[in-house]
Design a protein around this ligand. Structure first.
Ligand code: GLC
Length: 416
C-alpha cells in the first residue's frame, strides 16, 4: 500500500522523547524548568560544558525498547517515533559525525538501533525524530545564544557538518523508516530545507516527511502540539500530544490525562481525518512513568473492543452542532457512523444527532451488537433532521459507549 495511504489509516502512534534531559526531570540544581522538561538547557541557559557532563553518567539501565514496542502494539498503536536527536544536540545513536552521542556514555549502546530492531521484530513501522534547525550543542546550530554569539554563527556549517550527515546516517543505518519527524524549522533557509527533503527521498523514497520540515515540503500536515482541528481537514495530518504537559520526563508535572481524555482526543482526531501521535517520556533510568502506562493500558483495553470505530475510519462531513454526549467517527467501507457517548445521559437514556440527512438502516451497540431503537424525524418549521437513539438505561462502558449507525445511503449532513 502507498505509504501515505497507510499513514492516513494508521490513526494512532507512539512518540518517545528521550535524551540527557530525562536525567534532570525538569529541575537543574534546584531550579525548575519553566516549561517543557526537554527544553531545560535553553530555558535555564545551561552552558554546553555543564550540560554535557550529564553524558558522563548517562546510563538508563532500565530502558527496554523491546518492551516499549511490544506495549505500543498492545496499546493499539500502529507506529513508533523516537527522538534520535532533540534540540539539545545529543544523539541517541552511534554517530560518526559527532561524538556527542550515546556511545560516549557509560550506557554505550545505540538506543535508536535497539528501537529499530524491536520494531522490525514486531512488524511495527518505525519513524525517527530529528531536530534539524535547533542544536544547542553545535556552535553554528540554532538556539543557543548563551554560549555562542549569533553574529558569528554560520548555519550552513552546522547544516553540512552535522545535520545533513546525521540524517543520512539515520536513513542508511536503521532499516526502513516509515517517516522522518522534523521539528521547529523556524526561519531555516528554504534551499536547505529542500536539500534535506531531497536527501530523505533519495535515500528512502517511501519515507514520509512530516510538515515541520517547513515550506509545505512535508508529505503530511503537522498540527501544532496538542491542537486538534475543529473541522475535518482534507489531507493527511497528525496531532502530536502529551499525556501531561511535557514531552521529556518531568518530576514536576503530575497533571496526567485520563483514559477518557485520550479516547476523546482520539475520537475527535480520527473523526477529522488525522492521526494521534501520543507521547511517553522515560525517566533518566529509562523507566516509563507508571502514570502514563496506566492510562495507555486502559485506552488499549478500550481499543481492543472498540477499535473498529477508530482504525481504518474515514472523515465524515462536519456536523454543524457540537454534541454534548460526544463525537462521531465513520467507516466508509461499511457506511457506518459511530456515535461515541463520552458523557452518558444520567436520565432519559436517549441521544440525538442533528442534521444527519442520510437515511439510517439500523442502529446497534458496537460491543455485543444489541439493536437499539431509533427514530428519524424532519422538523418542518426548523427545516432540520434529527436522529434519536434510545440507549440502555445502564451505561455499558464507563468511558465511551460506541453506537454503530448503519446508513442506507450516501453520507449527507445539513448545513446550518
Ligand atoms: C515542540 C518542542 C519539542 C517537542 C515537539 C513535539 O515543538 O520544541 O520539545 O519535541 O514539539 O511535538
Amino acid at each position: 500500500m502507498d505509504r501515505l495511504q497507510w499513514f492516513k489509516r494508521a490513526g494512532y502512534g507512539l512518540f518517545v522523547h528521550f535524551g540527557l534531559y530525562a536525567m534532570l526531570g525538569g529541575v537543574y540544581k534546584g531550579t525548575p524548568s519553566p516549561r517543557n522538561a526537554e527544553w531545560i538547557m535553553r530555558h535555564l541557559r545551561i552552558p554546553v560544558a555543564e550540560y554535557k557532563k550529564l553524558a558522563e553518567t548517562f546510563d538508563p539501565a532500565l530502558l527496554d525498547p523491546d518492551d516499549i514496542v511490544r506495549r505500543a502494539k498492545a496499546w493499539g498503536m500502529q507506529y513508533v517515533v523516537v527522538t534520535a536527536k532533540h534540540h539539545d544536540g545529543f544523539a541517541l545513536y552511534d554517530s560518526r559525525v559527532s561524538d556527542y552521542n550515546v556511545m560516549h556514555t557509560p550506557y554505550g549502546k545505540d538506543i535508536i538501533k535497539a528501537f529499530a530492531d524491536a520494531c522490525a521484530r514486531e512488524g511495527m513501522p518505525f519513524g525517527i525524530y530529528y531536530s534539524q534547525m535547533q542544536d544547542w550543542e553545535h556552535p553554528d546550530g540554532n538556539g543557543n545564544t548563551w554560549d555562542f554569539d549569533p553574529t558569528e554563527q554560520d548555519f550552513s556549517r552546522y547544516f553540512y557538518g552535522k545535520c545533513l550527515p546525521q540524517v543520512k546516517e539515520l536513513l542508511t543505518g536503521y532499516g526502513d523508516l516509515c517517516l522522518l519527524w522534523f521539528d521547529t524549522p523556524y526561519d531555516m533557509p528554504k534551499p536547505l530545507c529542500e536539500e534535506l527533503a531531497a536527501t530523505v527521498k533519495a535515500l528512502q523514497p517511501d519515507c514520509l516527511i512530516n510538515g515541520r520540515i517547513g515550506y509545505g515540503l512535508g508529505d503530511y500536515r503537522q498540527m501544532a502540539d496538542n491542537s486538534i482541528p475543529r473541522n475535518v481537514y482534507d489531507g493527511a495530518f497528525e496531532v502530536p500530544m502529551t499525556l501531561n504537559r511535557s514531552w521529556g520526563y518531568s518530576t514536576l508535572d503530575t497533571g496526567w490525562a485520563t483514559p477518557g481524555d485520550v479516547i476523546r482526543n482520539l475520537v475527535q482526531i480520527r473523526g477529522r481525518g488525522g492521526n494521534l501521535l501520543l507521547n511517553i517520556g522515560p525517566d533518566g533510568c529509562g523507566n516509563v512513568p507508571k502514570a502514563s502506562t496506566d492510562v495507555l493500558d486502559a485506552v488499549g483495553a478500550w481499543l481492543e473492543k472498540n477499535g473498529e470505530s477508530i482504525f481504518d475510519t474515514d472523515p465524515f462531513p462536519d456536523f454543524p452542532y457540537i454534541n454534548r454526549w460526544g463525537d462521531v467517527t465513520y467507516r466508509k467501507e461499511s457506511n457506518t457512523l459511530y456515535l461515541h457517548i463520552l458523557k452518558y445521559p444520567a436520565i432519559h437514556p436517549r441521544i440525538s444527532l442533528l442534521a444527519l440527512a442520510s437515511k439510517v438502516k439500523e442502529v446497534r451497540l458496537l460491543q455485543g451488537g444489541t439493536p437499539l431503537a431509533f427514530a428519524q424525524a424532519y422538523d418542518l418549521a426548523r427545516e432540520e433532521h434529527r436522529l434519536s437513539v434510545t440507549v440502555p438505561q445502564e451505561e455499558p462502558d464507563a468511558v465511551d459507549t460506541v453506537v454503530a449507525v448503519a446508513l442506507a445511503d450516501a453520507p449527507r449532513v445539513q448545513e446550518l
